[in-house]
Write a protein that binds this ligand. Structure first.
Ligand SMILES: NC(=O)c1ccc[n+]([C@@H]2O[C@H](COP(=O)([O-])OP(=O)(O)OC[C@H]3O[C@@H](n4cnc5c(N)ncnc54)[C@H](OP(=O)(O)O)[C@@H]3O)[C@@H](O)[C@H]2O)c1
Length: 348
């Protein structure tokens, strides 16, 4: 058990950018776990800011109404004009960020995270775009301000991969990676295997909260490409630009071909890879026909699976069974404890 640190003697002021699926799951989890956080880590919290596209930048230093925010209502407070005015009003110790970002720039999440760290708050994100486009800058800002920048939720929400590499795998080097990192495409391909249409698969993924209204980022492989780049950037310390990931999505796959593979005992899945090649590290995302004995072939529904080859371990499998906003939210709660509950807040 980790004891309370010097930072934990009063309620932590927390602020949330993005109260969508993940943001609200996080708030609900923080509330459910409040007695345990207090008893085990001496950690209490108060919501002093919440922001979203429609609700704007709402700050209430005395505390916002969490139930109202969970219902999708404003939750009180007063409106600030922009992120910096909001930070000044909400005075958060910890900023959680869970908004969509542009795959090609990481914005606006990247700018919000910079502002949070410059304000002197710990920054915790679920945003792979911000990580791929801004990891060195954000890590450096955190160091300069003596704060934590943590991002466990940005890769396989619900599998603490970064903490695993940071804490539990000393003197190990990631050599090669294969994984199924995108649940929306698995759900679509499964639906097609069963005779359903692409659109029915998208609707199923949206119903589970794993696909956005516009599923293009998943379907065209951008989401998985960002995750692969995140892994290389953080775990291999090899910043990988999105353009370095060879990317083919599932949009052009014929349902008949997916069904035929299934009839032959195979499955088609969107597979992400990182591997050494003649010109250095190769990264790719593409649909592959998987052999029946391949562990990746057993991935179903909203589950994810990663196969890591380390220089010390030939095959380390890490999976998330039926992931979604709730498992991603748990990663953010872990980061919260790491940042202010006396846990490890190392560089990864
Ligand atoms: N869903 C998952 O299972 C999952 C798993 C891992 C990582 N993530 C990542 O977590 C993040 C959030 O995902 P989600 O599923 O919670 O998305 P979501 O349900 O669509 O919610 C997004 C939230 O962000 C707000 N928002 C959008 N643009 C904004 C802007 N420019 N400024 C301020 N707020 C803005 C939205 O406000 P409005 O409601 O007003 O539009 C909404 O509250 C994404 O980066 C996603 O990739 C999600």
């Amino acid at each position: 058990m980790i004891g309370p640190g010097p930072d934990t003697m009063r309620a932590q002021r927390i602020a949330l950018i993005g109260a969508g699926g993940v943001g609200r799951a996080l708030l609900a989890l923080l509330r459910r776990k409040a007695p345990e956080l207090e008893a085990r880590y001496g950690l209490a919290w108060r919501l002093t800011g919440v922001a979203g596209r429609r609700r704007g930048w709402l700050a209430g230093p005395a505390g916002l109404d969490v139930d109202a925010v969970l219902r999708g209502e404003p939750g009180g407070g007063t409106a600030a004009g922009d992120v910096r005015a909001w930070l000044a009003a909400a005075r958060p110790d910890v900023v959680f960020e869970a908004i969509p970002s542009d795959a090609l720039s990481g914005e606006p999440a990247l700018g919000y995270l910079r502002a949070a760290l410059e304000h002197g708050a710990h920054a915790i994100t679920a945003n792979k775009g911000a990580l791929v486009h801004g990891y060195p800058v954000l890590r450096e800002l955190a160091r300069a301000h003596g704060r934590a920048f943590l991002h466990e939720a940005a890769f396989m929400g619900g599998a603490p991969v970064f903490a695993l590499f940071r804490r539990a795998l000393p003197a190990a080097r990631l050599v090669r990676f294969r994984g199924i990192l995108n649940a929306t495409t698995t759900l679509i391909l499964e639906t097609m295997e069963g005779g359903g249409t692409f659109a029915e698969g998208v609707a199923r993924a949206q119903g589970l909260g794993v696909a956005e209204t516009d599923p293009s980022a998943d379907v065209d492989g951008w989401d998985a490409a960002l995750k692969v780049a995140t892994l290389a950037t953080v775990v291999m310390d090899r910043p990988l630009a999105l353009r370095e990931v060879t990317r083919t999505g599932i949009r052009d796959l014929a349902p008949a071909a997916v069904r035929a593979a299934r009839a032959g005992g195979h499955v088609v899945r969107l597979v992400s890879r990182l591997e050494p090649g003649p010109g250095g590290l190769q990264a790719s995302v593409r649909p592959e026909r998987l052999e029946p004995g391949d562990p990746l072939a057993g991935v179903r529904g909203a589950s994810l699976l990663a196969h890591f080859e380390l220089d010390t371990l030939p095959g380390l499998l890490i999976g998330v069974h039926e992931g979604g906003p709730h498992t991603t939210a748990y990663d953010m709660l872990c980061d919260f404890v790491t940042a202010v509950g006396g846990g490890d807040a190392g560089p990864a």
